[in-house]
Design a protein around this ligand. Structure first.
Ligand code: SF4
Length: 621
């Protein structure tokens, strides 16, 4: 154990900005179920750490899955899992809060519980065990595979839920049962799985979810952080020119997630990361992040630049985190302000249809020589099916604008196994990569050098709460054949380097994102078998095909529908039907009074004020 403590203290010594509050009334162990390097690059995790530690009575410490070296020390010493800041056993904390972004970390969640000596199954915990909370993107995606491991699931955005959770914990310190009832009866944002009985049909599909305590909602609504346009206090004050009111409102605790700890050993550790907007209006039908953060919202440029200025002394590198960077109406002001601070700018992802010259110039000036874009597939027909409204000609033109600035290496995110995909669509992907490569070569002549085209091929995985939630994943052997064929054909192209995700990984991801509560036993076994999912399936008889390999009927109760994202089933079904006939749809307009997908009418009623402003209203800043 001594070596583990030493390793943790050495790591703390490399950091700046961490907090340790001895003697706090409530101690929270915040766990990212993956290694330190991965966890510390996650803004959601850093945001929760900052949020919890902002509360005077609360001490929040970090917990990660040990890396290989640490894991060997833990196995040798049989020590219980420790927190980073004070090296305290995790089981001694009042709350163990998981921040889970990816369903593929569900096995690690089980491992952390086992290594902490905290019973894995919620029903086997006592009042002496920490309250186990799960939050993060995965909690809104589909928490059902790990629902039986969790006492309460925070559904939605942490800015809203963290203070509320802490308030209720203090109100019900003496009784876990009372606390769970109070959380469930909030009606939105807190899902207590133990308060729902799940019944199954003979074929293994779900028959129903039934609350077994009074006051628990039939479905648990998602909590959204946004300034309520209907109230529109900020906007009205701006319109009336009441700058003092506006500044007070503007100054109102605008909580925009950003790096809170300087952690040079983490992935992207040399970079200051800041979220500039949340959600993307496009509505690509496979994209979970797109649909589940509607309506799109932005952080005012002023707040982003203030944070960047505060961190400029530590680093000259900044990462703008957003799924739609150029949708921000103040992107020009943001880029200008950051360039004036001599920041080297990088972006988390770039939507092809909105790459501005200004942003490209900023990226080139920052010395970035590679950019990642997502054409997704190679045929205009299939792109209509997935509702990515760009033609091959437009994609080649956009890549041309990138190459003409001397950025000659482009990573292309592409998928195989999409719904309605045909052989000619695969050939079209190869043709598109070749056209982009030729365009790069042409531009390279001006610079006397060539770059690389990097197709990153993934298997399409249907995701909950998207129009493709009813779709099966492409059969594993067939998906493998398609990926292999694509990889071979593209590797024949000069200056092209193919990266490929295996069909097996895609299938493993599918069963963790589409499973129901029966997956818990399978996850427990797979964790015990060090991640051998195949053997775990054999041992538990977990019927993964039921969850991943068949088209679901519109009448079927879906496991993740216990969570109400605000988006209506009718809207998702309509989008699914439009996909079948390759009909595209307009983006989310993000305007007042819109009822199209159902999110605004339901979500606004419960929105709690924070600094994030609805995209449309931002236009008037
Ligand atoms: S209701 Fe309209 S504005 Fe609101 S998220 Fe849905 S499509 Fe966008």
């Amino acid at each position: 154990m001594k070596r583990i403590v030493e390793s943790y203290r050495r790591r703390l010594a490399t950091e700046e900005g961490w907090t340790l509050k001895r003697g706090a009334d409530l101690c929270v162990a915040l766990c990212y179920p993956n290694t330190y390097e991965v966890g510390m690059a996650n803004l959601g995790f850093q945001a929760m750490y900052e949020l919890f530690n902002r509360i005077p009575e609360v001490s929040c410490e970090r917990v990660f899955l040990p890396d290989d070296l640490e894991m060997r020390e833990y196995e040798k010493s049989r020590a219980p899992l420790l927190s980073l800041e004070s090296q305290t056993p995790v089981r001694d904390f009042d709350v163990l809060a998981f921040s889970v972004s990816f369903e593929t970390d569900y096995l690690n969640m089980a491992r952390v519980l086992r290594m902490s000596g905290v019973p894995l199954w919620s029903e086997r915990r006592t009042a002496h065990d920490p309250l186990v909370v799960m939050g993060g993107a995965a909690s809104t995606l589909n928490p059902e595979p790990v629902a039986d491991f969790t006492d309460v699931i925070a559904v939605g955005e942490g800015e809203i839920l963290a203070p509320k959770l802490i308030d209720l914990i203090f109100e019900h310190r003496d009784s876990k049962e009372e606390l769970l009832l109070a959380l469930a009866r909030v009606g939105r944002g807190f899902y207590v799985p133990a308060f729902y009985d799940v019944t199954y049909n003979e074929d293994g599909t779900i028959e129903s979810y039934t609350p077994n305590v009074s006051g628990a909602p039939l479905k648990v609504g998602r909590a959204v952080a946004a300034e309520n346009p209907k109230e529109g206090s900020l906007r009205r004050a701006m319109r009336r020119g009441e700058t003092d009111v506006a500044n007070r409102l503007r100054g109102m605790d605008v909580f925009a997630p950003s790096s809170s700890i300087w952690a040079p050993e983490a992935e992207m550790g040399e970079r200051f990361l800041v979220e500039i907007s949340r959600g993307c209006s496009q509505g690509c039908r496979f994209c979970w992040a797109g649909y589940n953060y509607w309506p799109p919202r932005v952080v005012p440029a002023r707040n982003i630049l203030e944070k960047a200025a505060a961190w400029r002394g530590r680093t000259d590198k900044i990462g703008l985190v957003s799924t739609a960077v150029c949708d921000h109406p103040e992107i020009g002001e943001i880029l200008q302000g950051l360039r004036q601070m001599d920041y080297r700018i990088s972006v988390s992802s770039l939507r092809l249809d909105q790459i501005s010259d200004e942003l490209l110039d900023a990226l080139v000036d920052s010395g970035d020589n590679q950019i990642a874009v997502a054409p997704e597939t190679g045929s205009d027909r299939l792109r209509k099916v997935i509702n990515k409204n760009l033609t091959n000609d437009e994609i080649v033109d956009i890549c041309g604008r990138i190459f003409d600035r001397g950025m000659l290496t482009v990573k292309l995110y592409m998928m195989a196994g999409l719904p309605t995909e045909e052989e000619e669509d695969l050939q079209a992907m190869v043709d598109l990569v070749e056209r982009i490569k030729d365009r790069m070569i042409k531009a390279g002549k001006r610079f006397g050098r060539v770059g690389k085209i990097i197709p990153a091929l993934n298997g399409f995985v249907p995701k909950p709460n998207t129009p493709f939630q009813w779709e099966p994943i492409c059969e594993e052997k067939e998906l493998k054949r398609r990926l292999k064929w694509l990889s071979k054909a593209m590797s024949r192209l000069p200056n092209t380097e193919v990266r490929i995700m295996s069909a097996r990984i895609a299938h493993e991801q599918a069963l963790l994102s589409l499973g129901d509560r029966t997956a818990a036993k399978f996850i427990e076994t797979a964790e015990r078998l060090n991640g051998d999912l195949r053997q775990a399936m054999r041992e538990t008889g977990f019927d993964h095909e039921l969850h991943t390999a068949r088209r679901r009927s519109y009448a079927e109760v879906l496991p993740w529908e216990i969570i109400d994202s605000g988006m209506t089933r009718e809207f998702l079904q309509q989008e699914h039907e439009r996909a079948q006939i390759a009909k595209s749809s307009a983006p989310c307009p993000s305007v007042d009074q819109c009822t199209r997908c159902g999110v605004c009418p339901t979500t606004w009623l419960a929105a709690a004020p924070s600094g994030l402003i609805q995209l449309q209203s931002a236009a008037s800043i």
